[in-house]
Design a protein around this ligand. Structure first.
Ligand code: HEM
Length: 552
């Protein structure tokens, strides 16, 4: 019998043992005292209800009506009872207590195997150290060069779309997969802003580092055969012993990134140390800022990051920062195409400042670009559209944590008993060690009890008059959970807002967006991505009809 099958059987036995142990443990699991939706089959679960954006908003609404805001749902099988909380006090407690509530080892292992152990997957002191070194790089004063980079890449994207429209012989508009182009744009921005490297992928997709990142990220979101994935989770050495095509792709990608980024790290270090003698090196990419922050005198030597850690974090920024931003921009363009009046209003606001700058955007100086960006930041409707889109379709749909010890969790709302009665006095419950906690970012953003009956509508004006209860949710950004909350909230918030608003300005003042006849639907494949209804196998896409905007 081939060795791989023997290993497979061993892994399955190990897995079965661990399931059995957990199953026996479940009998006394105090989480069982919480109410929750039933399962109709022994191996049934609620994963689709809570993960699939096509059904999750309705599912969460029904769950809350029936079981309150603190409930038990089933994960992979009967041994996997999870906590689902829509209670803001419980949520806040869980995301704040990062020592107790950590990311599951399964997702950390997968992320680490692809991009190294950066901020997304590190835990404990390693994570704290990385965050301490990285956060200064995201400070407002360090974002100046990002404004310039986003603007110039936006112009390149504009030119690419103009060419596509011009090449149409029978129509004045082109059917463009905006998702694909915007994704290349944000990857380009991350390359330049992240480590001063131009993929130039808007114009040409042949750069080896671009291909390496693209292939690696495709592996992260591809659904590899279930048997092998399960096996790998418990026996990762199988990849070394029996590499398949995916493993070889990841290896090749990692080699390219190591070679090029490793060289860039050494070059930057040299420039920084030369600058100590001949005047400071002014590089403003995240890599330079990370290296400078790492060398700062207030960081004790034992707290400093190794070159490997630095590279893992640059990879992490590429991974966490490019697709999220591109999907936000894509969903906004889609929502604007669905809502032409809102699109017109936004364009009118953007055009009202356009006359202050040269008509040909390609000729703006760096100072003019900075002034333009400051002007954009003060535009109220642009801000409303940006955050309304982020609220309605958060790219990170939800996240998971695991309790590393028994813990008492406070609640704001009373907890339901399993028989459906409400215990008004009970305002806390115990989460047993090992419990998986589902953090539903999207469900909080779309909660009708908080945001009102129109919570599922795209209504940027809501931000002019928020219900009081919304204002009591001071999450990381604008009372929404799109960027999470607590010590592990997204450090790239400011970065992505700059990128998004710059792109909206350039795209909306140059183009008009309309829906095509195809139905675009959201699916959660690591992030909430657009697909054509019934054509999932064609991959992520968001085709829109794009025509030139002309003021006359
Ligand atoms: C619209 C754009 C973005 C959205 C919606 C977003 C959302 C999020 C969310 C929800 C998390 C928490 C994930 C979890 O707890 O499981 C997160 C973490 C993170 N994000 Fe973002 N992000 C965006 C852009 C960026 C950018 C541009 C960067 C970097 C340049 C970035 C870097 C990170 C990193 C490093 C983490 C891990 C933080 C930690 O665990 O300490 N993100 N992001």
């Amino acid at each position: 019998m081939p060795l791989v099958y023997v290993l497979g059987i061993v892994a399955i036995l190990l897995y079965a043992c661990s399931c059995f142990r957990t199953l026996v443990g479940q009998r006394s699991n105090v989480l069982r005292s919480l109410p929750g939706p039933p399962v109709t089959r022994w191996f049934g679960n609620h994963l689709q209800h809570v993960l699939d954006p096509f059904v999750s908003r309705k599912a969460h609404e029904i769950f809350v009506q029936l079981y309150g805001r603190t409930m038990r749902i089933r994960g992979l099988g009967p041994w996997d009872e999870r906590l689902l909380t829509l209670d803001p006090v419980s949520f806040s407690h869980i995301v704040k207590n990062t020592v107790i509530y950590q990311k599951p080892w399964q997702s950390r292992r997968l992320i680490t195997s692809l991009i190294g152990c950066g901020m997304l997957s590190a835990e404990g002191q390693v994570h704290q150290r990385q965050r301490r070194v990285a956060l200064p790089a995201f400070a407002a004063q360090n974002m100046r060069s990002l404004v310039d980079i986003s603007f110039r890449k936006g112009i390149q994207l504009r030119d690419a779309w103009m060419n596509l429209i011009r090449s149409e012989t029978k129509s004045t508009c082109a059917r463009i997969d905006v998702c694909q182009f915007v994704s290349r744009t944000t990857l380009d921005v991350m390359g330049l802003a992240g480590f001063d490297y131009n993929f130039n992928s808007i114009e040409d997709e042949t750069n080896e580092v671009f291909i390496a990142y693209r292939d690696m990220f495709e592996v992260a979101v591809s659904q590899s055969p279930r048997f092998r994935s399960l096996l790998l989770m418990y026996l990762p050495t199988i990849n070394r012993l029996f590499p398949d095509k995916t493993v070889r792709t990841v290896q090749q990608s990692r080699e390219v990134i190591h070679r090029v980024a490793g060289r860039l790290i050494q070059e930057k270090k040299r420039k920084i140390s030369e600058g100590e003698k001949s005047g400071p090196y002014e590089g403003a990419d995240l890599l330079t800022l990370l290296l400078k922050s790492n060398a700062a005198t207030d960081i004790p030597p034992e707290q400093r990051l190794s070159d490997e850690d630095i590279l893992s974090n640059i990879n992490t920024f590429m991974f966490a920062g490019s697709d999220t931003s591109s999907l936000s921009v894509t969903w906004t363009l889609f929502l604007l195409a669905q809502n032409p009046k809102i699109q017109d209003r936004l364009r009118t606001e953007l055009l009202s400042v356009a006359h202050e700058f040269p008509a040909d955007l390609s000729h703006l100086t760096e100072d003019q670009i900075q002034t333009l960006h400051t002007t954009l930041c003060a535009l109220p409707f642009l801000h409303n559209v940006t955050r309304e889109s982020l609220r309605l379709i958060p790219p990170v749909h939800s996240s998971l944590r695991v309790a590393t010890q028994d813990n008492e969790v406070p609640t704001m709302y009373p907890i339901y008993e399993r028989d459906g009665t409400v215990n008004e006095r009970r305002r806390s419950f115990i989460v047993p060690k090992g419990t998986v906690v589902h953090l539903p970012f999207e469900a909080f953003n779309l909660d009708k009890c908080v945001w009102g009956e129109d919570a599922w509508d795209f209504n940027p004006d809501r931000w002019n008059n928020l219900p009081e209860i919304v204002q009591q949710c001071p999450w990381h950004f604008s009372n929404i959970l799109t960027f999470s909350a607590g010590p592990r909230a997204c450090p790239g918030l400011r970065f992505s807002l700059i990128e998004m608003k710059t792109l909206y300005y350039i795209l909306l003042t140059n183009f008009v967006f309309k829906e095509t006849e195809d139905k675009v639907v959201p699916h959660n494949v690591v992030l909430t991505r657009p697909y054509l209804s019934g054509k999932f196998e064609e991959g992520t896409q968001c085709p829109l009809l794009v025509s030139r905007f002309s003021a006359t």
